[in-house]
Design a protein around this ligand. Structure first.
Ligand code: NAP
Length: 252
């Protein structure tokens, strides 16, 4: 097992990719906490992880709450070995909008969730990260390829990718590695949270699938496999790097 005895904190570990990461990390011997806002899905996820990851309710866009939450984690578990900053994605209606129609409110909500919360999650976790810890930021192929209607999301995710370089350089002295996992289209509940009708969601998913050279969407378990690699000693010489796991969309 690659993560025996490791303490991991996974934001958004109660759904989709984050839950897939929690499952793979638990299978490799890690334990720790999963963070989200929805009490029920947190509880259900923790139960199906056989309690390896305890559920903690926290809105990652609330900086004060992040600070309190990490102080509690430190008290309960001691230092953190692995931090997965995965919470993010859609903000409901306003997630997909033509550039000319984006208003300040949806711009702020999108960047608060997908960039600002990433920045402050790492900052507030920092005093509690062990030397040699692995930090994994979840970005997206939207940082590499144009998806019309997703200007703010894409810019925020590009910011996340870039953040990993600077943070890696700044945290090098403590042996903390910061890397990025950039998924392509992964079948998760995110598509049902964008404020579209069922038909629009189906069309959107099939539009995304059509451009995937592997002719299928990815799975949360596959993202979990990449995250385990980045969290474990197997990636000990990998720092400030990004793994694009997208079935070939960006490179083929
Ligand atoms: N699915 C894809 O195709 C895809 C592709 C590229 C990148 N990504 C990225 O992968 C990450 C996970 O997405 P997903 O597809 O797994 O979506 P998902 O199933 O909707 O999961 C999103 C997770 O983030 C949590 N979350 C959202 N807002 C939060 C907040 N303010 N505070 C705390 N937790 C919050 C949600 O929990 P609560 O609802 O309980 O708050 C949920 O656990 C996101 O960063 C997304 O941008 C996804």
């Amino acid at each position: 097992m690659k993560l025996t005895g490791k303490i991991a904190v996974i934001t958004g570990g109660n759904s989709g990719i984050g839950f897939g990461i929690a499952q793979q990390m638990a299978a490799e011997g890690a334990r720790g906490i999963i963070i989200g806002r929805n009490r029920k899905t947190l509880k259900d996820a923790s139960k199906s992880l056989a309690g390896a990851f305890l559920p903690v309710q926290c809105d990652v866009t609330q900086i004060d709450s992040l600070e309190t939450m990490f102080n509690n984690v430190k008290e309960q578990f001691g230092g953190i070995d692995v931090l997965v900053v995965n919470a993010g994605g859609g903000i409901g209606p306003g997630t997909v909008q033509p550039f000319a129609e984006v208003d300040e409110q949806s711009y702020d909500a999108m960047t608060d969730l997908n960039l600002k919360s990433t920045f402050f999650t790492v900052q507030k976790a920092l005093p509690h990260l062990k030397d040699g810890a692995s930090v994994i930021l979840v970005s997206s192929i939207a940082a590499h390829k144009a998806f019309p209607g997703m200007s703010v999301y894409s810019a925020a995710k590009a910011g996340v990718r870039t953040l990993a370089r600077t943070l890696s350089a700044e945290l090098m002295g403590r042996g903390i590695r910061v890397n990025v996992l950039s998924p392509g289209t992964i079948d998760t509940p995110v598509f049902d949270k964008m404020g579209f009708t069922d038909t629009e969601v189906t069309n959107m998913k099939s539009g995304f699938k059509d451009i995937i050279p592997m002719r299928r969407t990815g799975t949360p378990a596959e993202m979990g496999g990449v995250a385990v690699f980045l969290a474990s000693k197997d990636s000990s010489f990998v720092v400030g790097e990004e793994i694009v796991a997208d079935g070939g969309v960006v490179n083929l």
